[in-house]
Design a protein around this ligand. Structure first.
Ligand SMILES: [Zn+2]
Length: 159
C-alpha cells in the first residue's frame, strides 16, 4: 500500500504528478479542503485531470479547462461560479508560488499563511534559497598565523 519510492501517480491518467504545482490534491489542500493528515493518503491527480475543480482556475497561466457534464460551471449559479473562480484561482496562485515561498507543508494552506491582501500580485516578497545551505562539516578552526610582534631580545650579555 505504501508506495513512496517514486512520485505520486495520478489516479485518473496513471502518469506521475511530478510537481506540486501540478497537483490537484495539493491545490485542495491549499484551499483547506484536504486536511494535512489525509494529504499522503488520498489519491493524487493532475489539476487538469480534475476538471470539476480546474475549470475555476481563470489565471492566464493556466489553460482553460472544460468540464462537460453536470458540474460544468456554465450550468451553475453565476454567483457561485464567480466565488469559486476567485477562491480556486487564488489557491492555484499559491500553489504555483509554493516552490519559491520556502513554506513548510503545514504552512501551505491559505488559511494558515495568507498571502497578504490577496490583491493580484502573487510575487513572493523574498525568495529564499531553494535549498537550505548545508551545515559546515565539522569544526575546523583555523588558527591565525602568529605574527611575531615582539622581536626576541638581543642576545647580548652585559658584564
Ligand atoms: Zn492525470
Amino acid at each position: 500500500m505504501a508506495k513512496c519510492d517514486e512520485g505520486y501517480r495520478c489516479e485518473v491518467c496513471g502518469r506521475d504528478v511530478e510537481a506540486v504545482t501540478d497537483s490537484d490534491l495539493y491545490l485542495r489542500y491549499v484551499l483547506g479542503e484536504v486536511p494535512l493528515e489525509l494529504l499522503h493518503r488520498l489519491p493524487e491527480r493532475h489539476l487538469c485531470c480534475n476538471p470539476a475543480l480546474a475549470q475555476y482556475i481563470t489565471d492566464p497561466g493556466f489553460g482553460p479547462v472544460a468540464c462537460p457534464g453536470p458540474f460544468d460551471k456554465a450550468g451553475l449559479d453565476p454567483t457561485f461560479v464567480t466565488d469559486e473562480e476567485r477562491r480556486v484561482t487564488r489557491g492555484w496562485l499559491r500553489l504555483q508560488a509554493i516552490p519559491t515561498l520556502g513554506l513548510t507543508v503545514p504552512e501551505y494552506p491559505l488559511a494558515v499563511t495568507p498571502d497578504g491582501d490577496g490583491s493580484g500580485d502573487p510575487t513572493p516578497r523574498s525568495v529564499p534559497h531553494p535549498f537550505p545551505s548545508p551545515p559546515p562539516r565539522g569544526e575546523r578552526e583555523e588558527a591565525p598565523s602568529r605574527s611575531v610582534l615582539f622581536p626576541p631580545p638581543p642576545a647580548g650579555e652585559g658584564g
